[in-house]
Write a protein that binds this ligand. Structure first.
Ligand SMILES: O=C(O)C(=O)Cc1ccccc1
Length: 303
């Protein structure tokens, strides 16, 4: 029997960056479940209408997508993977439309923010924000708009039959969005995890967070991200969302045991394999011994 295609819930419609991220993780043989909001993607997973959720969590230019951190905690579905997707943005229009005809540019706010140089060059263009790049492309096709272009990816140009007027209009060519992959507890099985997303609180006293972070450092566990979020209705209380990476799982296990003593409301949001870019090593960054060089420089100065 042919294995069933994974049903993947995304915020947005087919050919959005979320679908591109899903393709990158699962391959293109998936069934995309289109949802109107991030909350709805979690509801689809909860109701059995989807097997996985793919959700953006941070962007190298726009920063953390904070409401999505809260969703991780409130639904407590396990994170089983991650994808870093380069965001390449193209300007697309109905076939035959000339650049001179354009009055409006429509896209997702994150995509718009990434094209500041383009908008500086053409200040007469009016920006229309929408909550999905692919939906902007589809609207141009469906409504046959000749005065509007969309900023979206090549998948959208192909699927909604638009012509690319200008390629790669993003200002920063090294712009990535990180997406998390979530599933149900029954589905979750990760082979040899080397990364985890944690969430915890510490008491509001001197050195409380430093204590926890020092435990990571002492065990050689690399912290790749930290994000704090206020706890709703509790002034001066924060959840700390921390991503850590390791080479030896024994050291990670030991760290978790130790930090349990110094944290409360501790949650493991997921343990998974960190995304490795093709052609790059999956070794953790090695700490350079700067102290030796600094010592030599100081000696030179003293001489
Ligand atoms: O609008 C989309 O296509 C999305 O998937 C949201 C988005 C937009 C820009 C960068 C990353 C995610």
């Amino acid at each position: 029997m042919k294995p069933k295609k994974p049903r993947v819930a995304i915020q947005g419609i087919r050919a959005s960056f979320h679908e591109e991220a899903a393709f990158r993780y699962f391959g293109e043989d998936i069934e995309t479940v289109e949802c109107n909001s991030f909350k709805q993607t979690f509801e689809a997973l909860k109701n059995g209408d989807a097997d996985y959720v793919v959700m953006a969590i941070e962007n190298s230019i726009a920063g953390s997508i904070l409401p999505n951190y809260s969703l991780l905690l409130s639904y407590s579905f396990p994170v089983v993977g991650e994808v870093y997707l380069p965001i390449q943005l193209h300007l697309m229009a109905l076939p035959g439309v000339k650049f001179e005809q354009i009055k409006y540019v429509t896209s997702h706010p994150i995509a718009i923010r990434q094209c500041v140089d383009f908008f500086d060059e053409y200040p007469h263009l009016k920006i229309v924000e929408s909550n999905d790049t692919a939906a902007c492309a589809k609207r141009i096709r469906d409504e046959k708009l000749t005065d509007t272009v969309a900023i979206a990816n090549t998948l959208a140009a192909k699927l909604y039959e638009l012509d690319v007027l200008e390629r790669r209009i993003e200002s920063n060519k090294k712009n990535f969005t990180r997406f998390l992959i979530l599933t149900t507890h029954e589905n979750a099985k990760t082979d040899k995890p080397n990364k985890a997303s944690l969430c915890f609180q510490v008491s509001n006293e001197v050195g409380a967070l430093a204590k926890v972070l020092n435990i990571f450092a002492d065990q050689g566990i690399n912290m790749s991200k930290i994000q704090s979020m206020p706890v709703l209705g509790k002034p001066a209380e924060y959840n700390f969302y921390v991503d850590v990476e390791w080479e030896e799982s024994r050291k990670y296990d030991l760290t978790i045991k130790q930090i349990l003593k110094y944290t409360h409301n501790f949650n493991i949001l997921g343990e998974y394999q960190r995304h490795v870019e093709e052609g790059l090593t999956d070794k953790l960054p090695v700490k350079k011994d700067k102290s030796k060089r600094a010592y030599i420089e100081v000696k030179k100065l003293v001489k």
